[in-house]
Design a protein around this ligand. Structure first.
Ligand code: C2E
Ligand code: MG
Ligand code: MG
Ligand code: MG
Length: 291
């Protein structure tokens, strides 16, 4: 601990922390113009049916094409956007953009689902349902092709009618997924009363399914729970063929991860749709540009 080692060490840390705080402050200021200046882009990562390894849909993941800092990952700005409330405006942009992209990705034979990450602050807005409905109507995307990804905390707190709002959307046909599942505290009894269709098993468990560690038992429990409640299970962050094989054997429904494809830009997502999926091809095409 810096303090215990005397003033010199402590002083050594200070400029670093200070620079970090300044950087966050700068990003916060820049975020306000970034939406207006159209600096955000969506990348899309496919979800696959584990039995056939064909594409079932995509998850929209936001990036910031920053004029001087380069292409920024969500980690660099989402929490700042949440703290400043800008996440609401950014989230609306993502939702609309993703709905339009989803319609564009549809072919005569396949209509991929589009999953959109939704922050708690968005669902708290009284007009959240209206926003979603407007995005669907304006883009022409059928509600059953949209998946809203939320985290367990949104449901546990039942923030300002979040559960009711999601239930309304679900009645319209929109699907609801719980992201990073297993990292929160939902009980089976509680979960059965929530408006949810999909559980996304967090990467931290998927990482360990083949190691004989707790990842395997937790993942098995989530899959069993999903089946009882007739939910779909998506394994997040699948990187190795052994993990995919284990998950398929365990009757997990779907997978998502670098094994099949990294998140790609819209043009490449179109390419993946046309290819249908052969895993080797997807990997060969998708990895170099986003490594
Ligand atoms: P998430 O929703 O759990 O998304 C999955 C994250 O895991 C993505 O990171 C994805 O690129 C990464 N990932 C997928 N497969 C693999 C894999 O095989 N290995 C590894 N190491 N990583 C993998 P990304 O794009 O950096 O997004 C991080 C988080 O930022 C997301 O986690 C989500 O919570 C948040 N986020 C992204 N876009 C949005 C958005 O539009 N709105 C909001 N509110 N949050 C967003
Ligand atoms: Mg997600
Ligand atoms: Mg996740
Ligand atoms: Mg995650």
């Amino acid at each position: 601990w810096a303090k215990d080692r005397g003033k010199a060490t402590f002083a050594h840390y200070e400029p670093g922390l200070h620079a970090l705080a300044l950087e966050r402050l700068a990003i916060r200021g820049e975020l306000q113009h970034a939406i207006r200046d159209n600096e955000f882009v969506l990348h899309f990562q496919p979800t696959v049916d584990l039995r056939t390894e064909t594409i079932t849909g995509f998850e929209a993941l936001v990036r910031w094409q920053h004029p001087t800092r380069g292409l920024l990952a969500p980690q660099a700005f989402i929490s700042i956007a949440e703290q400043s409330g800008l996440i609401v405006e950014l989230g609306h942009w993502v939702l609309r953009e993703a709905c339009f992209a989803a319609v564009g990705l549809q072919t005569a034979l396949h209509q991929p689902t589009m999953s959109v990450n939704v922050a708690a602050q968005q669902i708290v807005q009284a007009d959240f349902v209206d926003w979603v409905v407007a995005a669907l109507e304006d883009s022409g995307l059928a509600p059953r092709h949209l998946v809203l990804e939320i985290t367990e905390s949104v449901l546990l707190d039942d923030m300002a009618g979040a559960v009711e709002r999601l239930a309304v959307l679900r009645d319209l046909g929109v699907h609801v997924a719980i992201d990073d599942f297993g990292t929160g505290y939902s009980s089976l009894a509680y979960l059965s009363r929530l408006p949810v269709d999909i559980l996304k098993v967090d990467k931290t468990f998927v990482d360990n399914v083949c190691d004989g560690r707790e990842g395997a038992s937790v993942t098995e429990a989530i899959i069993a729970m999903s089946r009882t409640m007739q939910l779909t299970t998506v394994a997040e962050g699948v990187e190795l063929p052994e993990q995919a094989a284990w998950l398929k054997e365990a009757a997990c429904t779907m997978g998502q991860g670098y094994l099949w494809s990294r998140p790609v830009d819209l043009a490449r997502a179109h390419h993946l749709m046309r290819a249908g999926v052969p895993r080797q091809r997807v990997r060969a095409e998708a990895q170099p540009r986003h490594a």
